[in-house]
Design a protein around this ligand. Structure first.
Ligand code: HEM
Length: 224
């Protein structure tokens, strides 16, 4: 629950700090740092669409992991899911991949963002495809991975600000925060999936190794 509240809070914070992108984009520190790029209408359009899609994507995911919404309001889950998948695949990652070509941190920054874009798009696509073929478990697992990639936008900003406070070289801090947030979020998703699967395994093993009178059958090691 605290992780969920943190995601809600940081999404709100990103949305609040990004308002200026929609009214006076040039007034934002991030844009003014970019120099001549700010005069490129394609780059500016990509940035504004990217920011809007990021907020839409995180906003549409808030309720998706609640069992109550899944069970009682399946239509809401379906519609929010469509908004999430469409915003990631058609808006967020294409614009993110384009912005990556001009990102901070030179080639290492570009590679990091291209990797993030590829992982976000692939996990989201696999989550959607799993649901289309009725694989509910696969759908849940890939969507959790997709959300972990999307929320790296949050952990990146936390790590970036934290590293800046240490007085580290700005470029090193930026790249460290970028790669740390991608790797950290990916590992957190795998850890969470392991944690969810373990009790299921134990339960299945327990029911499998009982005889017809519900007496436990001792598990013998296989002869080698
Ligand atoms: C839902 C998640 C995301 C949100 C909310 C988000 C939001 C933002 C915002 C607000 C900016 C402008 C910079 C700033 O104000 O800090 C930005 C820049 C950027 N984002 Fe995202 N983003 C998300 C996901 C992604 C993904 C998946 C990629 C992968 C391709 C990506 C790539 C980029 C790039 C390359 C930049 C420009 C960085 C630079 O020029 O240094 N973002 N994003």
């Amino acid at each position: 629950m605290s992780a969920w509240l943190a995601v809600v809070f940081f999404t709100w914070l990103i949305a609040r700090n990004s308002q200026v992108y929609f009214s006076q984009p040039r007034a934002h520190g991030f844009v003014s740092e970019k120099g001549a790029l700010a005069d490129d209408p394609l780059w500016m359009a990509a940035l504004v669409i990217h920011v809007a899609a990021g907020i839409l994507c995180l906003g549409s995911a808030f309720l998706q992991f609640f069992r109550t919404v899944l069970r009682r309001l399946p239509w809401l889950h379906r519609w929010l899911g469509r908004v999430y998948v469409a915003s990631v695949l058609f808006l967020l990652t294409p614009t993110g991949l384009y912005l990556a070509l001009y990102a901070h941190g030179g080639a290492a920054g570009t590679v990091g963002f291209l990797l993030l874009g590829a992982l976000t798009a692939t996990t989201t696509w696999r989550g959607w495809a799993a649901m289309r073929r009725g694989d509910v478990r696969g759908h849940a697992a890939w969507m959790l991975r997709s959300f972990a990639m999307a929320t790296s936008a949050i952990t990146f900003r936390i790590a970036h600000v934290g590293l800046q406070l240490t007085g580290i070289d700005p470029e090193v801090g930026f790249l460290t925060a970028l790669y740390l947030s991608i790797a950290g979020n990916a590992l957190a998703a795998e850890w969470l999936l392991q944690k969810i699967r373990k009790p299921e395994m134990t339960k299945r093993t327990r029911t499998r190794y009982h005889d017809e009178n519900h007496h436990p059958v001792p598990i013998r090691p296989r002869p080698s």
